[in-house]
Design a protein around this ligand. Structure first.
Ligand code: HEM
Length: 426
């Protein structure tokens, strides 16, 4: 018996998180956590201690558990970390009172209202515009035979798409591109350029919403933009206030931007480094078979999904996850990318299989906060990858994968640059 109480030296040491190596490939560390410490209290680079939940079953349960609040006011924040945690919402600006920071019943009311305006039908009608944008961006570099696909493609596509959908006039969209660029380069830190960008975006949106409200016709015109639809949306006579519309527009930009950049960036990179899967996709596209594209984008989300940041939750009462007791006020981070490689849930989880069928991944979350923008993200992801690999069939990496730099790891995982080469289309 005593033997079993000795420290087990066959268990490898806990991996270091948040290093460069971790950002480049967090999956070995996630495998260790899932196996040896599936609910682990961890000090994040910001100084905050949070529980990391890495197994699929625990993650799914935690995402749906109403005792875990999205409202940062429930965070029992230690003095040393105050104001430095990067936890969304702690800035307390009115723009931060949005879907991802609130609980029922406020969440239920706001989500119902926004769902009336941001419908799958509206997104489907937007498909030609996304295709046009995708083509226009590729046109800009196609004849050069090389590009940085993050800066020239993955980054501008979602920001222009959301601006268009919201009804931001074309001539102002480059301002959004700059503000968003500032946010993505410097992360969610509350100070300096990021704060200035958020402030400018807020000012702009408030003015735009006000103007649109003043000019709103009594009946919706066909193809009315999303901001107007949000102003118009009502539920049992209830409407969104101008502030709520602004917060909603902001969260759509914020939640729908870097995530989609990374879906396109990580997805393209995964295809470029898995030639068998890439050939399979190109063959299917050449045959006009879009099914593999649809299952493929889901698989790319499972295999190397963009999000972790948005999963902050705070215990409002004592609870147990995966046998671990969590105290009220404790932050919990569900590590979606770790859950989505859990061998208890997915067969051969480290294998990229674009045709994977049993693929209920958590890349878009689960429960009442399930990604509202999933139909738009799918549309953009599918359009981007299909067009890229059809128009530039011999697309290849122009850098050693070991030299590529990744942003994030745990917060939001994506490439900083993705240099490629190809034969310019004739
Ligand atoms: C929520 C992922 C694109 C808008 C979420 C959540 C995840 C997620 C994981 C849930 C977070 C949680 O439960 O804590 C993604 C991924 C995307 C993507 C991987 C791209 C590949 C978009 C787009 C939009 C969007 C394009 C809108 C334009 C939202 C909103 C929420 C949300 C508004 C909050 C929903 C709520 O709290 O009720 N997303 N998202 N997302 N997403 Fe996305």
């Amino acid at each position: 018996m005593t033997d079993q109480l000795r420290p087990d030296d066959t268990v490898p040491a806990a991996p270091e998180l948040f290093t460069w190596e971790f950002a480049a490939d967090p999956y070995p560390a996630y495998a260790w956590l899932r196996e040896h410490a599936p609910v682990r209290r961890t000090r994040l680079p910001s100084g905050v201690e949070a529980w990391l939940v890495t197994r699929y079953a625990d993650a799914r349960q935690a995402l749906a558990d109403q005792r875990l609040s999205k409202n940062p006011a429930h965070h029992d924040e230690p003095e040393h970390a105050r104001g430095k945690t990067g936890i969304p919402g702690e800035r307390k600006a009115e723009l931060m009172t949005h879907l991802l920071n609130i609980d029922p019943p406020d969440h239920t009311r706001l989500r119902r209202l926004v769902s009336k305006a941001f419908t799958p039908r509206r997104v489907a009608a937007f498909a030609p515009r996304v295709q046009e944008l995708t083509d226009r961006l590729i046109d800009r570099f196609a004849q050069r035979g090389s590009a940085d696909l993050i800066h020239e493609f993955a980054f501008p596509l979602p920001i222009y798409a959301i601006c268009d959908l919201l009804g931001v006039p074309r001539e102002d969209q480059d301002d959004f591109r700059d503000w968003a660029g500032m946010m993505i380069r410097h992360g969610g830190g509350p100070r300096g350029g990021v704060a200035r960008s958020v402030k400018k975006m807020r000012g702009y949106l408030a003015e735009l919403i006000h103007k649109k409200r003043e000019a709103l016709p009594a009946e919706p015109a066909p193809g009315e933009d999303l901001i107007s639809a949000l102003i118009r949306a009502s539920d049992h006579g209830e409407h969104l206030t101008e502030n709520e519309v602004a917060a909603m527009a902001f969260i759509l930009l914020f939640a729908g931007f870097e995530t989609t950049v990374n879906l396109i960036g990580n997805g393209t990179y995964a295809l470029l480094t898995h030639p068998g899967q890439r050939d399979r996709l190109q063959d299917a596209l050449a045959r006009g078979d879009d099914e593999l594209l649809a299952t493929g984008v889901e698989e790319l989300l499972r295999y190397d999904g963009p999000v972790e940041l948005a999963t902050w939750r705070f215990a409002t009462e004592p609870l147990t996850i995966g046998g671990q007791r969590i105290e009220p006020g404790d932050p919990v981070l569900v590590v979606l990318a770790a859950a989505d490689r859990d061998p208890e849930r997915f067969a051969d989880p480290d294998v990229l299989d674009l045709g994977r069928r049993d693929n209920q991944h958590l890349g878009y979350g689960h429960g009442i906060h399930y990604c509202l923008g999933a139909p738009l993200a799918r549309l953009e992801g599918q359009s981007a990858l299909a067009t890229l690999f059809t128009r530039l069939p011999d697309l290849r990496l122009a850098a050693d994968p070991a030299e590529l730099r990744w942003r994030g790891g745990l917060i939001m995982r994506g490439l900083r640059t993705l240099p490629v080469e190809f034969t310019p289309p004739g």
